[in-house]
Design a protein around this ligand. Structure first.
Ligand code: F6P
Length: 327
């Protein structure tokens, strides 16, 4: 496609992630540097349907690099999935003169974009923004590093009180389909076990292991469980453990949405800035229907269809490390 792009629309969609603002800033400023017009679209696809567009200048994105959330707001929009919804979105974009899009979000966002492109041949580049880090085609997604650091800070505090009372804490972290948050933060807090959706959880083995630890007079234990684990979330796992192992004083802590907020880490700000600049360049080079990412430190592009279809694999070495290092 060699039509010249003049006006980019940028939006954030799905669950928000720390670093989305840094990314919006990068997209806006690099578009303006290239003499393009840039509009923010409010609340993702919902804003496209409602014509919620605002022209952005360089000062509109001042002092947002350090803020969590997203100044453009985010949503999950069912109406956009319908033919009529997509047509409405397309008509609104054309009316506003927007001729290309940058979508910041996760797999749901890119599935929508992929369908929109196939209907209207509209240029779209995607930027992976989700705390879950579950996008194929990039080593890291925007928000993941901040989320795992938030988990580590919270669990370190829980460890203090767990240790003081010789307790077992079962701590649930986000990740309804993926265990990336659980695995990496689990290693960092020295968790005794990490339970994730990608591997089968054997609660009986977990109980046997906790019993062995009890006999060794280890005083506290931390189990990190991803919310989508096949054996259930923290409450279910705790109920099963308590049923079989009454001696241990067990508590549950569900970290929840605190994992999605807060100031982005340096890693996330830099990642967001690189991907934002790269996405504008990609549109100008005529790329479309692809997600930009970072693989082995370099910018890479993956077609939306592939990024959504393929499952990013858990690093088995990290799982082994949990086992090796748990006492
Ligand atoms: O996709 C990011 C995520 O934070 C998941 O880890 C979590 O399961 C989900 O969003 C929660 O979504 P909501 O904010 O709609 O409850």
């Amino acid at each position: 496609m060699d039509r010249k792009i003049q006006h980019i629309g940028v939006f954030t969609s799905g669950g928000d992630a720390p670093g989305m603002n840094a990314c919006i800033r990068a997209v806006v400023r690099s578009a303006l540097n290239a003499d393009l017009m840039i509009s923010g679209i409010g609340s993702g696809y919902q804003g496209m349907l409602e014509g919620d567009f605002v022209s952005l200048g360089t000062s509109d994105v001042s002092n947002i690099i350090q803020r969590g959330g997203t100044i453009l707001k985010a949503s999950r929009c069912e109406e956009f999935k319908t033919s009529a919804g997509m047509q409405k979105a397309y008509d609104n974009l054309r009316q506003k003169g927007i001729d290309a899009l940058i979508a910041i979000g996760g797999d749901g966002t890119f599935r929508g974009a992929n369908e929109f492109i196939s209907k209207f041949n509209f240029p779209v580049i995607g930027i992976p923004g989700t705390i879950d880090n579950d996008m194929y085609g990039t080593d890291f997604t925007i928000g993941y590093d901040t989320a795992i650091n938030t988990v580590v800070e919270a669990v370190d505090k829980i460890r203090d009180t767990a240790e003081a009372h010789n307790r077992l804490f079962i701590i649930e972290v986000m990740g309804k389909d993926a265990g990336f948050i659980a695995l990496r933060s689990g290693i960092a807090v020295g968790a005794e076990a990490v339970l994730i959706p990608e591997t089968k959880t054997h609660v009986d083995e977990l109980i046997a292991y906790l019993q062995r630890r009890g006999e060794n007079k280890n005083s506290s234990s931390i189990i990190i469980v991803a919310e989508g684990d096949d054996a259930g979330g923290a409450l279910e796992i705790a109920a099963k453990v308590k049923e079989h192992y009454v001696d241990y004083d067990t508590r549950v802590s569900i970290l929840g949405h605190m994992q999605r907020g807060g100031a982005p880490t340096c890693m996330d700000r830099v990642l967001a800035s690189r991907l934002g600049v790269g996405a504008v360049t990609a549109l100008l080079e005529g790329k479309t229907n692809e997600m930009i990412g970072i693989i082995h430190r370099d910018i890479s592009f993956t077609p939306f269809e592939k990024a959504c279809k393929h499952h990013k694999n858990i690093n088995k070495h990290l799982l082994n490390i949990v086992e090796t290092l748990s006492g």
